[in-house]
Design a protein around this ligand. Structure first.
Ligand code: ZN
Ligand code: ZN
Length: 216
């Protein structure tokens, strides 16, 4: 008899690959409509979540295009037919995937075809609009880094971690830009907002506001 809570999302994650990257599925628990966020590696383990949770993957959304976040995109696209979206300012990283692989001594993954570009303020809807995923531009770790906001959650990629922030020494990174993104775009959310980062355990905005050594 109970009506579905507007905006209520469920999250599944898997930590994959040599960089221990967190790949996420954000979904509507009733319709099972989902987006995949940063499918970074080990596509078989990610597709096992799709099967187990009976997810209907509607889009693949990337916070940015470093090699540890894009390695399973091609396989996920092939298996689900979901379109792949990135911010245009990170396209050069995708085009340079073999150079990224060489930098870390890895085999270059297949370069996935881009189906659309993410822009500030854009929203993706699931389940007839019950869930809205909003795009926030949060550059600094890479020029095209974005954060996804849905329900009471932020998917922060490599912008904000538990007790740390993203590195800024890779091409296009900038420390002052990163700090401004975190302070002006992320810390304005309420303390209870959950943060699902690209590496390491989940945290909250309140915890990072009070204890993150880069922010206090
Ligand atoms: Zn990164
Ligand atoms: Zn990463």
């Amino acid at each position: 008899m109970s009506a579905p809570h507007s905006g209520q999302i469920e999250v599944r994650s898997e930590t994959v690959g040599p960089f221990a990257e967190n790949s996420y599925f954000l979904f509507d628990p009733e319709s099972r409509e989902a987006v995949a966020i940063d499918p970074g590696d080990e596509a078989d383990r990610l597709l096992e979540i799709v099967r187990r949770e009976r997810l209907d993957v509607r889009a693949i959304l990337n916070t940015h295009c470093h090699i540890d976040h894009v390695g399973a995109v091609s396989a996920l696209k092939a298996a689900t037919g979901a379109p792949f979206h990135i911010h245009a300012a990170d396209r050069f990283l995708l085009d340079g995937l073999s150079a990224q692989a060489a930098l870390f001594g890895l085999r270059p993954p297949a370069i996935p075809e881009i189906d659309g570009y993410l822009v500030e303020g854009q929203t993706f809807e699931l389940a007839g609009g019950r869930i809205a995923i909003r795009i926030l531009e949060t550059p600094g770790h890479s020029p095209g880094s974005v954060t996804f906001h849905a329900g009471d959650s932020l998917f922060s990629g490599d912008v904000l971690f538990q007790s740390s922030i993203g590195r800024t020494d890779l091409p296009g990174g900038d420390y002052e830009t990163l700090l401004r993104s975190i302070r002006e775009r992320l810390l304005r959310y309420p303390d209870a907002t959950r943060v699902w980062p690209g590496h390491g355990p989940p945290t909250t905005i309140g915890r990072e506001r009070e204890t993150n050594p880069f922010l206090v």
